[in-house]
Write a new protein. Structure first.
Length: 186
């Protein structure tokens, strides 16, 4: 009986006997690699909800592949290659639909995966120079009235030139429109 099962399996894996089973094996390998890679990326998130989503996704994949494998194996045992190709077509169409819906959410989660950052083994600084001190505050010297007025005048001139640029840009963009009421919100 054991020799009978072994000979059946080896004869089914020949391309002339059941080529849909060969395509199914390739599909299983690609799905396994995808699940392994996704699991590694999802584990970096360290979030219980995301782990639950991945677990549900993985069990869905495994159940689909097992059911499909059993059906294809049964069809190939009875030499129903055409029917096996038709049965194999439906999961492939399902994968296209699933790619649009399920993997869209997985890819949006993967956008938030933190990158691998290796920390170099550098010693922490034990000492070093003190932070720079502002010389005005250290000596108790305050700016003169002339310096304060100079800075205020420079700021007012810059503000006026920016407002003039904004109004000229608005008039260039839409010559028939008036500028907004109240000026710039910034």
């Amino acid at each position: 009986m054991a020799d009978d099962v072994g000979s059946t399996m080896s004869s089914l894996l020949k391309t002339d006997k059941c080529s849909p089973l060969i395509v199914y094996i390739v599909l299983v390998i690609v799905s396994g690699i995808t699940l392994f890679n996704t699991n590694g990326l999802m584990k970096r998130m360290q979030n219980h909800k995301i782990n639950n989503i991945f677990t549900m996704h993985a069990w869905y994949e495994i159940a689909l592949l097992v059911v499909l494998g059993v059906v294809l194996f049964g069809l190939c045992q009875y030499n129903q290659q055409t029917l096996a190709w038709i049965v194999l077509f439906f999961p492939l169409a399902l994968y296209v639909v699933k790619t649009l819906f399920v993997f869209n959410s997985v890819s949006s989660i993967l956008r938030h995966v933190p990158p691998d950052m290796e920390m170099p083994n550098m010693p922490l600084p034990q000492g070093g120079p003190s932070p720079p001190q502002n010389s005005n505050h250290a000596n108790g010297v305050t700016p003169t009235q002339q310096q304060v007025e100079g800075v205020r005048n420079a700021l007012d001139e810059r503000k006026a030139s920016l407002q003039g640029q904004n109004s000229s840009m608005l008039s260039d963009l839409s010559p028939g429109m008036n500028p907004p009421l109240g000026g710039s919100p910034f």
